[in-house]
Design a protein around this ligand. Structure first.
Ligand code: AMP
Ligand code: MG
Length: 336
């Protein structure tokens, strides 16, 4: 008798699950490689499949314009000639990048490209430039030397621009707007280290996003809950080389023209604008823990997860109820 009751109970649960899944349509998703990383976008709703295909096409077209490796991209043509009339989209992104460089006090600076090349990051042909070379590289860095009149951009002497620290965040902002315009109110946009959550998962629970541990493996620093928010991470583990026991990462300190040597291993920004979050995560990584937290104290419109070379994990107070970790966590409060 007991066995038959259990069987009927199982049927009831199965029936309930089936009827629930019939009412809750599954997420559609699209995955592809672009801008040097894996991207996955998932969305739910009547127009989801069509909207996702449009998002993918948009990101691939953006990559065509901004790729530093494709010699025919607008960005490469600007870098080669020093002056170019840009398309509206590239001009608007470059203008945003310039104002974010100012906002980030020059720690985010799109003119680091010659230094990125000199250290061998694009070709993965790593080397340490000489002191004379570094001095020349430093003198060419400076976003304020870029001039523009309308869409015509003119670079300073010896300058090249690199949008790698902002392009994915910008793309995330754009595709999230495209998804919302298509009537989608639940989606997750994962473009490499940039994650943007639209609405809630299944409309009833925050998206739970793992923050990668810089030591790799399946480890997470913790899980962050996101609803209509984005999370962008910069770290020393994404692209780097090691020489004589020292790690040189792909994020350049614009004031030294050398790979950033702050006390951070990773810097995660949680905010509502992925483009700004992308620029901030790069800039605050270069600044290091103390200056990054000072910057956070003054700004007040984003939250931070910082992991240091001493294996300390810090979160800012706005994440207290939105971040879970098995590691010891220090919560930084306002005015502290
Ligand atoms: P992210 O992973 O967003 O921090 O971006 C890092 C990429 O942006 C690097 O691979 C470089 O191409 C470029 N980059 C490196 N350092 C900087 C910097 N300080 N400001 C702007 N772009 C940078
Ligand atoms: Mg960035």
């Amino acid at each position: 008798m007991k066995g038959r009751t259990g069987f009927f109970a199982l049927l009831l649960v199965l029936g309930l699950c089936l009827s629930l899944s019939a009412c809750t349509p599954a997420y559609e998703s699209v995955s592809f490689f672009a801008m040097d990383c894996y991207m996955t976008i998932q969305a739910k709703g009547a127009n989801a499949l069509f909207a996702l295909a449009e998002c993918k096409d948009y990101i691939l077209s953006l990559e065509d314009k901004l790729s530093a490796t494709n010699a025919q991209s607008e960005l490469s043509l600007l870098n080669a000639s020093g002056q170019l009339p840009l398309s509206d989209e590239s001009a608007s992104l470059l203008s945003q990048a310039l104002s974010l460089s100012k906002e980030c006090e020059g720690y985010f600076d799109i003119t680091v490209r010659p230094a990125v090349e000199a250290w061998g990051f694009p070709a993965q042909d790593f080397r340490i430039p000489s002191a004379e070379e570094l001095s020349l590289l430093r003198s060419a860095i400076g976003y304020e030397k870029i001039e523009h009149t309308g869409n015509i951009f003119t670079l300073g002497q010896g300058q090249k621009v690199d949008l790698g620290a902002i392009a994915k965040g910008y793309a995330s902002c754009k595709v999230s707007a495209m998804l919302r315009n298509a009537g989608i109110d639940s989606a997750l946009v994962v473009l490499g280290g940039s994650v943007e959550a639209i609405g809630e998962k299944d409309g009833n629970t925050p998206w739970r996003i793992g923050v990668q541990h810089p030591d790799g493996g399946d480890n997470y620093l913790g899980i962050c809950h996101l609803t209509d928010a984005c999370m962008v991470t910069s770290g020393d583990y994404q692209r780097y080389f090691e020489q004589d026991g020292k790690r040189y990462c792909h994020i350049i300190d614009p004031f030294t023209a050398c790979p950033a040597q702050s006390d951070l291993r990773s810097c995660t920004v949680i905010c509502t604008d992925a483009c700004r979050g992308d620029a901030l995560s790069t800039a605050l990584f270069v600044m290091g823990r103390e200056k990054a937290l000072d910057y956070w104290q003054k700004a007040g419109d984003f939250e931070l997860i910082l992991y240091t070379k001493e294996a300390q994990l810090y979160i800012t107070e706005g994440l207290r109820s939105r971040f879970q970790s098995d590691l010891p966590v220090e919560v930084v409060s306002r005015g502290q």
